[in-house]
Ligand binder design. Structure first.
Ligand SMILES: [Cu+2]
Length: 424
């Protein structure tokens, strides 16, 4: 009896434990799950005080899973720094951009590969156009959180595939606008290749009226020799002041140093906030985004202005893709900056988050964040460029102590970037 009684108690105790474990597991599941996307739940989004109508066209095909896998028999394609293209290579690339964007602009309006529909897809993902499945009204934003880098990597990768397809050129690569690099430096000793020319001017091949890659942009982008301003703050976004080179050059260095080295020395500081199923989108970038997204990335959108300046239309400017090619490069290089904790999130709700994109055949592909983390699996790499100027930047020095910066572009850092953004 006694033994049986103890046994009964043990059984009840185990049942209780199992039950508690089940409750714990299920309550965790309810709170913790990755963001997944379905185009079925698309609704009008909202941004810049306006309702935004940008849902993708109806789709009758099958959704096909996609996982990037490098073809080991082929060398990696190289996405190059636009300012270092020259001669025949520059001419050929300019013509390719012209042809590709002329085709993408002229595709039927409901073709998901058209420039207009690519713009609209970015708009839906970025204005709360998609509702989280199983919730009444919790919308999704792929900005201001840990989704920012992987989502945009996939987005421009599929854009590149669409261009390869329309040009019938599988080697086409989305060369990058190296706006973070304001200083021409000598090639470091031992470096075999790389681009060491300043890249902080609007790439001229995107500024030729009448070409497919041309877009009407703010008047400041037409001022010859005016460098980009990476320190535009949100209050200035609608009408950024045109600051001269001697003001922006040292500030740009400070901004890059902050976002990549100091603010960016933690996963949260660089990649942005944690964002799970059931979480509301944040509308204030200052509480959700990582340093690079809220500083240099946003400033470039506002500095270029017009189409590029607002989320609902930015991906309709071909320059968007050269800008984000650089963001993709900087994410990759962030891991290699010395010091700090420079690893991507490893949380399952990050790794298992899913997106949908159209590929070059207009098929919808389902992708996961975890498959975006190893860039080489996509089959490309970036040309090396000068990151040392902002890595080595020392905010307190009064004159340049960086011997790699040549005299024509020398500077006296005086202004500190206003680091007015909060971590949550
Ligand atoms: Cu975006």
């Amino acid at each position: 009896m006694a033994a049986s009684g103890r046994f009964d108690i043990s059984v009840h105790f185990i049942q209780l434990l199992v039950c508690c474990a089940w409750l714990v597991t299920n309550s965790q599941l309810a709170q913790s799950a990755p963001i997944k996307i379905t185009f079925d739940g698309c609704i009008p989004g909202f941004a810049n005080n306006k309702t935004q109508y940008c849902c993708p066209p109806p789709y009758k095909g099958e959704i096909v899973d996609f996982c990037p896998k490098r073809n080991m028999s082929k060398p990696l394609r190289v996405r190059k720094a636009l300012q270092c293209l020259s001669g025949h290579e520059l001419k050929v690339y300019t013509e390719k951009l012209d042809k590709a964007y002329t085709i993408l602009r002229n595709l039927p309006d409901d073709d998901p590969r058209s420039l207009n529909q690519q713009k609209r897809l970015h708009c839906s993902y970025g204005t709360g156009g998609f509702v989280q499945q199983g919730t009444d009204n919790i919308t999704i934003d792929i900005h201001f959180s840990w989704l920012f880098f992987p989502w945009h990597r996939y987005f421009i990768y599929f854009h590149e595939r669409i261009i390869q397809h329309v040009l019938d050129d599988p080697e086409f690569s989305l060369h990058f606008w190296n706006w973070d690099n304001g200083f021409t430096v000598h090639k470091p000793k031992g470096a075999r290749s790389g681009c060491y020319k300043r890249g902080d001017l609007l790439p001229p091949i995107y500024n030729i009226t009448g070409m497919g890659q041309y877009q009407n942009r703010s008047s400041r982008t037409k001022l010859p020799g005016l460098p980009v301003d990476l320190g535009i703050v949100p209050e200035e976004r609608d009408n950024p002041p045109t600051r001269p080179a001697e003001v922006v050059k040292p500030r740009n260095l400070a901004t890059m140093h902050a976002s990549m080295v100091t603010v960016g020395n933690t996963t949260r500081g660089f990649m942005g906030r944690i964002y799970r199923y059931g979480d509301y989108q944040v509308l204030d970038p200052l509480t959700g985004a990582g340093g690079l997204e809220v500083m240099g990335h946003a400033s470039i959108h506002w500095w270029v202005g017009n189409t590029m300046g607002v989320v609902e239309t930015s991906a309709g400017d071909p320059l968007f893709y050269a800008h984000h090619s650089n963001i993709d490069r900087l994410w990759n290089n962030w891991h290699k900056v010395p010091g700090g904790e420079r690893v991507d999130y490893s949380d399952p709700d990050f790794l298992e988050a899913e997106f949908l994109f159209y590929d070059e055949t207009a098929t919808i592909r389902r992708v996961k964040v975890k498959d975006a983390l190893d860039m080489e699996e996509f089959g490309y790499k970036f040309q090396k460029a000068n990151d040392i100027s902002w890595i080595d930047y020392v905010p307190t020095v009064n004159s340049t102590s960086n011997s790699t910066i040549n005299s024509t572009d020398s500077y006296k850092p005086q202004v500190h970037f206003p680091t007015r953004w909060n971590r949550d």
